[in-house]
Write a protein that binds this ligand. Structure first.
Ligand code: NAP
Length: 335
């Protein structure tokens, strides 16, 4: 694929030059100056392991410095209701990542049949606990519990998932807040790989409060990795393929495995696959495989950059959560 690198994109090229060499790419025309140059480039895999490790490393350094100065560590409390397999995996991973970063973590396990009142009381106790900086309640919840009530019960200053209406309102107004972890992780990934976004057309598929809607707000905001013109699509969008074909960046967050196919993507687009669906597969050890919303193999042939599933956005979601927990800690300690 031939790509023209414009002056504003030079940072991306220079920061990733080792990666390009590693992929045995041929640079054939640097034109001697920093104005405009062209190079042959294969598709770039936006590896969540690499970007998340960088975020975690910087948080680890910060946390170690806190310890050296006799200060307490940031503390995340996670509530898990019931025994949903996927939720168990996500929460275990969040707790493990806290430990690796040097944070304290508490896992509160509650019975599937817990009443809404009891769950809300548990959240209130954590709200009042001065040693807890961040609280998350793993979704989805059993049907006897209102997710909205749960979200609204979490103290907004401890709401490290960024779902409380107060924090969503701040996000919309461009104020400092806790950004929902998945869109935050995607923004961190775009920043890590220095993907240019200014003036690009981003197409977001999905309008959930957790992913699609906040993603569309962030990409359209006046941020380093924002300033896109954003189209947000949902299940009532009639001309989805036509819109996707206009996308310089596509964020697929709909939960339909392999939905975005090569014929929906323009050459050189950046593809962010948020989807995580367990698809039955008797040949897999666990009896299922994790599938994204993008038909990876065919779309990768056309994309300039693409996130894998697994190993992409999921890992960045945890990075976003850890960043939010550090932010909550700093706000509590520094006021
Ligand atoms: P959700 O609440 O079910 O929302 C799905 C969105 O996709 C809805 O807005 C829906 O439109 C839209 N949609 C569904 N079918 C569509 C179609 N055929 N065409 C266009 N739009 C369609 O899901 P979510 O919580 O946002 O999650 C989306 C996916 O991301 C899931 O696979 C989930 O597991 C995954 N996820 C991954 C992470 C991560 O860390 N990687 C984090 C969160 C979620 P309507 O509003 O019109 O119904």
């Amino acid at each position: 694929m031939l790509i023209r690198v414009l002056p504003e994109d030079h940072g991306y090229f220079l920061r990733n030059i080792k990666l390009f060499h590693h992929k045995n790419l041929l640079f054939w025309d640097l034109k001697g100056s920093a104005a405009v140059f062209e190079y042959f480039c294969a598709m770039l895999v936006l590896d969540g392991k690499i970007a998340a490790a960088a975020v975690k490393e910087s948080l680890k350094t910060k946390t170690a410095a806190l310890g050296a100065n006799g200060k307490r560590k940031p503390h995340l409390a996670a509530i898990l209701v019931g025994n949903n397999g996927a939720s168990e995996t996500y929460v275990a991973s969040k707790v493990k990542n806290c430990e690796e970063t040097g944070f304290a973590s508490t896992l509160v396990r509650l019975d599937e049949n817990i009443s809404e009142t009891d769950l809300l009381q548990t959240i209130t106790r954590l709200n009042e606990d001065p040693s807890v900086d961040g609280i998350l309640v793993q979704l989805p919840l059993p049907k006897q519990i209102s997710e909205q009530k749960v979200i609204e019960t979490i103290d907004p200053t401890k709401d490290v998932d960024g779902f409380h209406p107060v924090n969503v309102g701040k996000l919309v107004q461009g104020l400092s807040t806790f950004i929902p972890a998945t869109p935050y992780g995607i923004m961190l990934m775009l920043e890590h790989f220095a993907i240019p976004t200014k003036g690009k057309h981003a197409v977001v598929i999905g309008r959930s409060n957790i992913v699609g809607r906040p993603m569309s707000i962030l990409l359209s905001s006046n941020l380093k990795q924002g300033n896109c013109t954003v189209t947000i699509c949902h299940s009532h969008t009639p001309n989805l393929k036509e819109l996707c074909l206009q996308g310089d960046i596509i964020v697929a967050a709909l939960g339909r495995p392999g939905f975005v196919t090569a014929d929906m993507v323009k050459e050189g687009a950046v593809i962010i696959d948020v989807g995580i669906t367990r698809v039955e597969d008797s040949t897999a050890k666990k009896g299922f495989r994790i599938k994204g919303d993008v038909a990876y193999d065919e779309v990768a042939q056309k994309a300039a950059a693409i996130t894998p599933v697994p190993g992409g956005v999921g890992l960045m979601t945890i990075a976003g959560l850890l960043k939010n927990t550090m932010q909550a800690y700093e706000q509590r300690v520094n006021g």
